[in-house]
Design a protein around this ligand. Structure first.
Ligand code: RB5
Length: 148
């Protein structure tokens, strides 16, 4: 996990640039999937681009930012290989890494302030998955055909 994928819509642009700078300061290389301007755009396109890239890596990790974080998380969780978590606290980020092995963090730039977003990102990056019973539960996320 030396590369972190980032993407946002117009509402997340400023926060994405701040997180990108912080990641580079920590020595991560960053792949920025856009958007790159303040022009109004459609968040699913950026979510899907990032998720394809994260899914293509063994231990891919990404961060998606829109106004609320909700649209990005909805789009990201359509991908079979993505476990996206919308986090508004550091505890959410720590627990979703420990229990859900989340590989995509979603943030709402209109909901979460910059300092808290940086702290949430750090918790997401620095916390390991616990495995064990949590892996068994993750295995059950795959939808099986309805019985009967
Ligand atoms: C854009 O106005 C806004 O709808 C989007 O950033 C996001 O919050 C959607 O979930």
């Amino acid at each position: 996990m030396s590369t972190i994928h980032l993407a946002c819509d117009h509402a997340g642009l400023d926060l994405k640039d701040i997180l990108k700078h912080a990641l580079e300061e920590r020595g991560f290389s960053v792949t920025d999937h856009g958007t790159h301007t303040r022009e109004s755009c459609d968040y699913p396109q950026f979510a899907h681009a990032l998720c394809h890239a994260v899914e293509a890596e063994a231990d891919g990790r990404g961060i998606l930012i829109c106004g609320t974080g909700i649209g990005m998380s909805m789009a990201a969780n359509r991908h079979a290989g993505i476990r996206a978590a919308l986090c508004t606290t550091e505890l959410h980020a720590r627990l979703t890494r420990r229990h859900n092995n989340a590989n995509v963090l979603c943030l709402g730039a209109r909901i979460t302030g910059v300092e808290l977003a940086l702290a949430i990102m750090a918790a997401f990056l620095d916390t390991d998955f616990e495995g064990g019973r949590h892996q068994r539960r993750l295995d059950q996320l795959t939808i099986q055909p309805a019985k009967g």
